[in-house]
Ligand binder design. Structure first.
Ligand code: AMP
Ligand code: ZN
Length: 122
């Protein structure tokens, strides 16, 4: 856990969140300011700043995280198949639009139109 990290505090249960899924390694919760009808954040419980700080050994849990997205999207109400679907966004660093420096995957979906900001910077 990193001190003063909002998502570490959410992962530790010190700050409440509307949880969708949790296991030993990951937590999924609803974004507090949704940019689409479905807007989930999926985080590793361990503190990782961004994709800028990962190494090749991290590919296993990162792959797992990516593979969790379809089930979480469906659980949150995204429609299945090509007519439905969802978007995955990972912002990295200031220039990448990252505001919270704990790696997180945005999962956005639901019927359009979405908020304008969902197009580039979830
Ligand atoms: P990013 O710009 O990629 O760092 O995204 C950070 C996201 O965290 C934004 O979409 C915020 O709305 C969301 N967020 C900030 N604080 C909270 C919170 N306490 N609970 C849930 N989501 C949050
Ligand atoms: Zn953290």
């Amino acid at each position: 856990m990193s001190e003063n990290c909002l998502f570490c505090k959410i992962a530790a249960g010190a700050i409440p969140a509307k949880k969708l899924f949790e296991d030993d390694d990951f937590l999924a919760f609803h974004d507090i300011n949704p940019a689409a009808p479905v807007h989930i954040l999926l985080i590793p419980k361990k503190h990782v700043q961004s994709l800028q700080t990962i190494s090749p050994e991290d590919s296993v849990w990162l792959g797992k995280m990516l593979a969790m997205a379809p089930a979480l999207a469906a659980q949150a109400g995204c429609r299945p198949g090509p007519e439905g679907g969802f978007r995955v966004v990972l912002n990295n660093g200031l220039d990448g639009g990252q505001e919270i420096n704990h790696l997180h995957m945005h999962i956005l979906g639901g019927p359009r139109p979405w908020a304008d900001r969902a197009a580039v910077a979830a």
